[in-house]
Design a protein around this ligand. Structure first.
Ligand SMILES: Cc1ncc(COP(=O)(O)O)c(C=O)c1O
Length: 386
């Protein structure tokens, strides 16, 4: 019904993943399985909305209509039982852009901001670029999965952290935080007066029957202390539309955030971003269910392949999204050697684990949001070197 197997040649389409290999890896002869967008065409309803808008042929200023906001509200109500009011909703030209806006709106120079490593590289960079102090609470790698070090987490908060950037579900670990874990993190942040920036961009991609919980839906107290960031970008493969949704029921937090957004005149947004968002949330549900099944099969395939053919490289199946956190520590090679072998022998473009923090040593991130043939090709290339 939906052809996720279709081979799509994205080269020459202004794609970061395909067209900037030389800048990022220093060479072009790689199979790109790195930056987190997928190789699939988006949902048919979204494509139709874009085509209709393109046919109009006039691309003047756009704005996010109430109708488009309502499509988001209906989506999160039905998926997460999270009731959002229109006046709680704001925007950003991407969640990466929302982060410095929120940081500048809600913290001051030198303030401490907490992240849980290993985590999405821009979390590290943005805190530092904006003159704040980066505080890390490393997650613990256990046999069964990555866990929060609660004593460490609380002691960091107690040390005067002003903001906590939560990655939920977690990139690169693919971990969906349970209701209990979120509640505990949320309550601790309230206790120590730490605002939560909850990046839930991967929320819609929960797999294998796992359920995502919205941090701000847990209690009124937590909601009043949280800014939530969501987007259709990962879910519907429309990241290039640069359109995300920022939500807070706290008048104070939202007014501060909006003040920063307006000061930089970033509130109008991108015309195609608004069009894709409305169509995605209104009509994309069924496509998404099929996509998730395809992703699960890709993950299962990769898991079986590595277990059978490349026992020195392992991963824990992600509970969400399309990113594999590959563990090379039993491959017999150092991190540096793994990096070189991936490039020189496998000819694979993966994300270097060290970009996610020091605890990413020995790991590389592989994006399997692509057709099965390419996943297989990537794994065969991996096998050549390990
Ligand atoms: C946790 C997380 N936040 C944000 C982003 C990017 O967000 P945006 O494209 O909306 O800037 C990504 C993309 O990989 C991500 O994994």
């Amino acid at each position: 019904m939906y052809d996720f197997d279709k081979e799509i040649d994205r080269r020459g389409s202004c794609s970061v993943k395909y067209d900037s290999l030389k800048e990022v890896f220093g060479r072009e002869d790689l199979l790109p399985m790195w930056v987190a967008d997928m190789d699939f065409r988006t949902a048919p309803g979204v494509l139709k909305a874009v085509r209709d808008a393109a046919d109009l042929g006039v691309f003047g200023y756009g704005f996010r209509s109430a109708d488009s906001v309502d499509s988001f509200i209906a989506w999160v109500e039905s998926r997460y039982s999270w009731s959002v009011k229109r006046e709680w909703v704001s925007s950003a030209p991407g969640i990466v852009a929302a982060l410095p806006l929120a940081i500048n709106a809600l913290t001051s120079a030198g303030d401490k901001i907490l992240i849980q490593t290993p985590v999405y590289p821009p979390f590290h960079a943005i805190v530092k670029e904006n003159g704040r102090t980066l505080v890390k609470s490393p997650l613990i790698n256990t046999e069964t999965g990555w866990e929060i070090d609660w004593a460490d987490f609380e002691s960091r908060l107690a040390d005067g952290v002003k903001m906590f950037i939560l990655c939920s579900s977690h990139n690169p670990l693919g971990r969906i935080w349970s209701h209990e874990e979120l509640k505990r993190m949320g309550e601790l942040c309230c206790k120590y007066g730490t605002v939560i920036f909850s990046d839930e961009i991967h929320a819609d991609l929960s797999l294998y029957g796992n359920r995502h919980t919205v941090m701000a839906s847990i209690s009124e107290e937590i909601a009043q202390n949280t800014i939530t960031a969501m987007a259709p970008s990962k879910t519907f493969n429309v990241a290039g539309m640069l359109n995300s949704v920022i939500v807070s029921s706290s008048e104070r937090l939202l007014a501060s955030y909006n003040g920063e957004l307006k000061r930089l005149h970033l509130d109008l947004g991108n015309l195609f971003g608004h069009i894709t968002m409305a169509a995605a949330y209104r009509e994309g549900g069924e496509w998404l269910e099929h996509l998730k099944i395809y992703l699960e099969k890709n993950i299962d395939f990769a898991h079986d392949f590595l277990a059978r053919e490349v026992p020195g490289v392992t991963f824990l199946k992600p509970q969400s999204s399309f990113l594999l956190w590959l563990d090379f520590r039993k491959s017999g090679y150092t991190h540096e050697e793994v990096r070189n072998r991936l490039l020189d022998i496998s000819k694979l473009g993966l994300n270097d684990g060290l970009a996610f923090g020091r605890d990413g040593e020995g790991f590389f991130r592989m994006n399997i949001g692509t057709n099965r043939a390419r996943v297989e090709e990537g794994l065969k290339r991996l096998k050549k070197a390990f």
